[in-house]
Design a binder for this molecule. Structure first.
Ligand SMILES: Cc1ncc(COP(=O)(O)O)c(C=O)c1O
Length: 350
């Protein structure tokens, strides 16, 4: 029997999400997947170390209740409005499982995080893609689009741009479905839609520990939403979706917010300097509110530039699609990494 004959049609057809390159060893300056260049809080590392004992034979709390209580204190919503996931990617998966059935649609402005499309495909659902205008403000007609769920990465990737909260509110008030505000980079923007959850039943806000908290390797995200929505998400998650060490790490990270905020301040300072330098080199750079910058040379094909940097040990993100191939997305590294990147870039451009 040919197993491919029994694979679901939509899975056979889809390409699958392609994550950014994760080099195995070797010395590279990694500016391609928006990780934080600074280490996680020492309190997080200590909390993990002191949990490394025989208790690992036991399952973790199925709904990560200690972590949810800590998050409730920090973010000002009750624990019933919060669910933890194995990264915010898992929370996105839960949301499409809950809301998107076969043939139903997911709406998002483009270009954006490409996992939204992949998740819709896995469900056998469709997509409504509404192109951003060139300044990456909210596209006209987005709120009127027909779909069960609207995803808004805010700040957006790859553009780094932010839609102000009052506009997100108006979008959620008009859209006839669930609005998911994916705030993976919100700590770098200093603006959040979490308070909207109190007023609007159709808003879900996602946060991750992968970026501002320097914990991409631990896999932890939080969703904030109406208790009714959170209850449905609980039904579709894996039973023990967040492991013991991750739960402990998340609590410790939330107990040391100052560590995260100091790293954010450093990243933001470097981001501003990097933006100015790239502009001096002739790039068009959108105003970034995230921990990366989107730098464009209108009409040029930047694959060679990306490959040249890679040969010199610097990985940045290049998207080889017609609307993005004249741009690079560069994660903000340490000052030293960014200086090396700028130096190599200048020499390649000569
Ligand atoms: C917009 C956006 N959402 C979600 C994620 C995934 O985050 P996590 O590591 O929490 O799964 C990313 C990661 O790059 C992202 O850019």
């Amino acid at each position: 029997m040919d197993p491919l004959k029994v694979v679901r049609e939509n899975i056979l057809r889809m390409a699958g999400y392609v994550p950014g390159e994760q080099p195995r060893g070797g010395k590279v300056i990694k500016l391609n997947t928006n990780e934080n260049p600074y280490p996680p809080s020492p309190r997080v590392l200590e909390a993990i170390r002191s949990s490394l004992d025989e208790s690992l034979r036991l399952y973790p709390q199925p709904t990560a209740d200690d972590l949810r209580e800590k998050a409730a204190e920090v973010y000002g919503l009750p624990p019933e409005c919060i669910i933890a996931g194995n990264g915010s990617d898992e929370l996105l998966t839960m949301l499409v499982r809950v809301f998107v059935g076969e043939g139903e649609k997911v709406v998002y402005p483009t270009p954006t995080y490409t996992l939204y499309e992949t998740l819709a495909e896995i469900q056998g659902g469709g997509t409504v893609e509404v192109p951003f205008p060139s300044d990456f403000s909210l596209p006209a007609g987005l709120a009127e689009s027909e779909g069960k769920v609207l995803f808004l990465a805010n700040p957006n990737s790859p553009s780094g741009t932010l839609v102000p909260t009052d506009q997100v509110r108006r979008l959620a008030e008009s859209f006839r479905g669930i609005v998911v505000v994916d705030e993976a980079y919100a700590d770098f923007a200093g603006e959040t839609s979490i308070p909207l959850v109190r007023d609007l039943e159709n808003v879900v806000v996602l946060r991750t520990f992968s970026k501002s908290f320097s914990l991409a390797g631990i896999r932890l995200g939080l969703a904030f939403g109406n208790p009714g929505v959170i209850e449905q998400m609980m039904k579709v998650k894996d039973s023990y979706n967040v492991n013991r060490l991750t739960q402990v790490a998340g609590i410790a990270a939330l107990e040391d917010l100052e560590w995260m905020k100091e790293n954010v301040r450093k990243v933001v300072r470097t981001r501003e300097r990097m933006t100015e330098k790239l502009k001096e080199m002739g790039f068009t750079v959108l105003p970034s509110r995230a921990n990366f910058v989107f730098a464009r040379r209108e009409g040029e094909y930047l694959k060679n530039l990306y490959e040249g940097l890679k040969e010199r040990g610097i990985l940045v993100r290049f998207f080889d699609t017609p609307s993005l191939r004249d741009a690079l997305r560069i994660t903000v590294g340490t000052d030293e990494e960014v200086d090396l990147f700028l130096e190599e870039l200048a020499s390649l451009l000569k």
